[in-house]
Design a protein around this ligand. Structure first.
Ligand SMILES: [Zn+2]
Length: 315
């Protein structure tokens, strides 16, 4: 399986609850697996970012002229490195989406394609590609929020629309509501947005997704999986040509910013349910990591690794 990743995702944010080291730690573990091929992304261009974000906001991000309130809302310190790192991460989600949908192949894959017999092996897992990054669902067109400067999934969805895809779905299972994504696609019937989240948590204002499932505080595996099982058929009824999965690790019971009580096993079953459903329908799947703030960083890393493991098996 292909995994899109860059070492430059480890962005220096000073003392911060957002552990950008998780990307590197996950990649280190994945590099021991011979079945994973890493793909280095290119940064999203400013023109690609402008498919979603306003020119005014992008200029402020680029020039470092965000106001105090805007920085408080973004909850990240501005620096050239921060902007570059996240622009690269948006490029990573675009790249993942292009690979999953077969709109772009890596040079490695195209080399293998010259040999027909190797092709079958190499493409046995085409359709599911993981991004060891992404899921920045709190970013709006005109401002960033909650550690999300740019909305990578929304930008990648717009890129796919430009390439001719008519129906796209977003399955957002981060513990926090996907407010930016919901807002961006609120009046675009071509994109089905599902957000399954803790109702009484950030963000306070939750623009309407196509389907919102707000869970009560402390919901356990059984409740969560039952709701997911009910929601997924509605997503697939949209007949998406590509599904973006935000596999947030923060519904975990020991997360510092989440108030649900999912176990690691429950999260793995969640991932399996999404991946198997999308795969059974023969639809390309773009996996992004989204949030994860467990008290112990190794738990966050293990949860994300389990997601990638689920995506790379049972083909
Ligand atoms: Zn989150």
């Amino acid at each position: 399986m292909q995994a899109v990743y860059s070492d430059r995702y480890q962005i220096d944010l000073g003392l911060h609850v957002f552990p950008t080291a998780k990307y590197r730690l996950i990649a280190e573990r994945l590099s021991q697996r011979p079945d994973i091929t890493f793909v280095e992304p290119e940064p999203a261009t400013w023109a690609q970012l402008a498919l979603v974000h306003t020119a005014e906001y992008l200029a402020k991000m680029r020039d470092g002229t965000l106001g105090e309130t805007e920085l408080e809302q973004l909850e990240l310190p501005w620096s050239v490195g921060m902007v570059d790192g996240f622009r690269l991460m948006v490029g990573g989600t675009i790249q993942t989406a292009l690979l999953a949908t077969g709109l772009e192949v890596t040079s490695l894959t195209s080399k293998i394609r010259e040999d027909g017999s190797a092709l079958r092996l190499a493409t046995s897992n085409v359709g599911v590609v993981c991004h060891v990054g992404g899921g920045l669902h709190h970013a709006f067109p005109n401002h960033g929020e909650g550690f999300c400067p740019f909305n990578d999934v929304a930008v990648a969805a717009r890129v796919l629309q430009d390439r001719g895809l008519e129906r796209i779905a977003v399955v957002d299972l981060d513990v926090h509501h996907g407010n930016g994504t919901a807002f961006i696609f609120e009046s675009d019937p071509r994109v089905f947005t599902l957000s399954l989240h803790q109702q009484h948590n950030y963000p306070l204002w939750k623009p309407r997704s196509t389907l919102d499932v707000g869970l009560p505080d402390g919901a356990h595996d059984a409740t969560y999986l039952r709701e997911l099982e009910r929601a997924l058929p509605q997503v697939m009824a949209h007949r998406p040509q590509c599904v973006f999965f935000l596999a947030g690790a923060d519904p975990y019971e020991d997360d510092q910013l989440g108030g649900l009580r999912l176990t690691r096993d429950g999260l793995r079953r969640r991932d399996r349910m999404v991946i198997e459903t999308v795969r059974a329908a023969g639809v390309p799947l773009v996996v992004t990591l989204a949030g994860g703030y467990a008290r112990r960083l190794e738990d966050t890393v293990a949860i994300h690794l389990a997601t990638i493991e689920e995506a790379s098996v049972s083909n």
